[in-house]
Write a protein that binds this ligand. Sequence first.
Ligand code: BGC
Length: 550
Amino acid sequence: MGENTFLRGPADWWRQAVVYQIYPRSFADLNGDGIGDFAGIIDRVPYLASLGIDAVWLSPFYPSELADGGYDVADYRNVDPRIGTLEEFDRMTEALHAHGIRIFVDIVPNHSSDQHEWFQAALKAGRGSAERDRYIFREGKGENGELPPSKLASHFGPEGWTRVEDGQWYMHLFAKEQPDFNWGNQEVRDDFLKTLKFWSDRGVDGYRVDVAHALIKDLADGHLPERDSYDLEVMKTDGTDDLFDRDEVHEVYKTWRQVFDQYDPPRVAVAEAWVHAHRRPAYASAEGLGQSFNFDLLVQPWNPKQFKKTITYNLAAAERSGSSTTWVLSNHDNIRHATKYGVAEGFDLYKWQHSKSKGNSLPQIDIQKGIDRARAAVMLELALPGSTYLYQGEELGLHEVFGIPADQMQDPQWFRSLGEKATRDGCRVPLPWTAEGSSFGFGPGGAHLPQPEWFAEYAVEVEEADEDSTLNLYRKALRLRKKLLDVEKYEWVRSWNRNVLHFKRPNGWHSITNFGDKPVKMPKGEVILTSTPLVDGMLPGNATAWFLAK
Ligand code: BGC
């Protein structure tokens, strides 16, 4: 590891950064095993640089049996051999840093894989052992302990307890291959600090913290949480819920911050915490992780009123907390937003995805409308103060892949809910790089999830050749944004049309979005970028324009 593995710069580089999420298994595969790898990422660093992003965030690449796409980590300080080696990790970091791109890795502290050496040791060591104390093992109920210790469903359904050979049960909020850690155990705490130092020493600039709100559970005096739904409404709002978002979790993040602050610039982190909105700032505090995801745009339909409310709320909250907010339209857990914006008015795809008993029904999608709106939405979010997290493939305007045959699905959410919850595989299909060839240029050995024919139209090479493609729109928008960035302030500009959202930054950079279908008049100014070309000087429906006030 050379000194050049570190990227210096101002401590607040993250505040308005654009971070591009790479789902490593589905980005680019150089060794031809059908699974994306570090060599593939290194090969595409010029592509990443051409986007104009500030950082990449890599979803888990650690050794894993892939019971949950890598969010079941068997060794936190190593690399899945299918993805690469530590030496390649260093080379990748160096290559990214050489292009001025920082790197976030995903930390999964709530649970490990059942293949983790600690869990294997816990199974062997038996009840009452120090090894079992690192996880949450309990006796079952019923005459012979044959019933689970409490009525706890798992996120992916059905039960959140699994029985082991000697009769004890262990808790898992997700798949049974993801046993929850006991964060009351000092060894667990110390080991994560070691992991954070390990990656920080290798030049990692930041961390995305998985299920950051779940670590501390109320297990005092024999208490065991019970839960049959993970809807936010069920979670207590004051930090005393027995399963999530307990106040004590912030004690853990204070110790993480001490590690982050040992580096120059300090390492940064963003919490994935699905908590009540007023509880997010605590995760984003300067003594804690520093930033917390706001997923409020991701769950919104294409609706100006809801966008405005979300933006206003989150920017005010960020200002109060001293952090900056995060804008997210898509990620590896949710239906791609081009698809979400293409459904008929009133159809809530987010609810559909998370609702039971939808069977095999597929929503009707207006493909072009979805893309137009996705282009408009990204320009809107990029013009706002705060940082933006992009998900690989959205820069191509990719739609969700529906209809993956059941025998090729990988997502445990689908298996464990017996098909009632939608699979998340549809947004994790390997990227198309070329219009032809094996797996559209993803790699020489096919793709680990089936790619549909229509991927050809969205291939990077096709979009590179088209001046007006979504890819080129992202590139232009990101370049311009760098030049136009200003203090973290904005102001709504009143519009007579309810379908229009218009705001400006103090330096005179305006963004105007037409959520309706009919064209609207453009205000006066020098137009610098539009998501769809103006027609006779009018802003078309489902479009955004940036302009400088005259
Ligand atoms: C990740 C999911 C994962 C879950 C369990 C989530 O927040 O984003 O992909 O299945 O945590 O680790």
